[in-house]
Design a protein around this ligand. Structure first.
Ligand code: ZN
Length: 275
């Protein structure tokens, strides 16, 4: 049964790749997440290729209310300029809000100043704050453990609550900041890596054991894994997800490039599957 488009709440994965080697090879796309929450459309983390992934799927940037950047790393922000260009219809219409941490907006900003001027608003994200855009409220409960200022997101609509746990090292208490019926987890590594002192090896990302711990603690109705680095990709994310489902008793899915998840799935009785 199909609800009216205005009522439906969907999340489209414009990419499932994460971290530098996946991004520079584009083995997996890196366009971020496109949310349509009861008619309020929000783009989260427009990484490289977002404009291509979005237009290919006939997602219309002029309908966006906001673009949210969780942090300034390239795989989350590279296409922010072109997406603002699209959101404002090539500059013909002042429109929309850009949300990003202050270190993405101040020195060495991710957005060109001429494009920034076309937005209605630019808002610096802060720890423990709530924001609204259209009919959606979201919050940035905690600053993540990541080399740049980084926030995960908790969204509340009239029907659902869900969390996007973006890049971070696991830290005690991480799970206390998140919740909802759905958890989206940026699970970049297969195994935990200790923090490196130099920048030679990418660290500060969640691994499979971290994701398992979060799912066990938070017991969402479903979890979707994404932002896969090379080690997870080689281990086949859908197989990793299946193992996590069996171990936790929670329905765990691996996102696929272009996949759209309908939040109405969360309201179905247990035992029904998405795919
Ligand atoms: Zn990052």
């Amino acid at each position: 049964m199909q609800g009216k488009a205005q009522d439906s709440e969907t999340i489209t994965f414009l990419g499932t790749g994460g971290a530098r080697f996946m991004i520079i090879s584009q083995l997996l796309a890196s366009g971020g997440l496109w949310l349509n929450l009861g008619g309020t459309e929000i783009l989260v983390d427009p990484g490289p290729g977002c404009i291509i992934q979005a237009t290919k799927r006939k997602l219309r940037a002029e309908k966006l209310s906001a673009i949210i950047v969780s942090h300034r790393h390239l795989d989350h922000s590279a296409d922010v300029n072109v997406m603002v260009e699209a959101m404002t219809e090539g500059g013909q219409r002042h429109h929309g809000t850009l949300f990003a941490p202050s270190d993405a907006l101040e020195k060495d900003p991710i957005i060109f100043s001429y494009l920034k001027d076309r937005l209605d608003r630019v808002t610096a994200l802060q720890e423990g704050m709530s924001y609204s855009t259209g009919n959606v409220v979201f919050s940035t409960p905690v600053r993540h453990l990541h080399p740049v200022e980084t926030y995960g997101l908790v969204f509340k609509t009239s029907k659902h609550k869900f969390s996007i746990i973006t890049d971070t090292s696991y830290f005690d208490g991480l799970e206390q900041s998140y919740g909802g019926e759905l958890l989206i987890i940026n699970m970049t590594f297969l195994e935990p890596r200790s923090r490196s002192k130099n920048d030679e090896l990418p660290t500060d990302h969640l691994s499979v054991p971290d994701a398992e711990r979060l799912i066990r603690e938070l017991k969402p109705r479903a979890a979707i894994l994404t932002h896969f680095g090379m080690t997870v990709w080689k281990a086949k994310p859908w197989e990793v997800a299946e193992q996590l489902s069996q171990r936790t008793g929670t329905r765990v899915m691996a996102a696929r490039d272009g996949m759209t998840f309908d939040l109405a799935e969360l309201d179905k009785t247990e035992g029904q599957t998405a795919q």
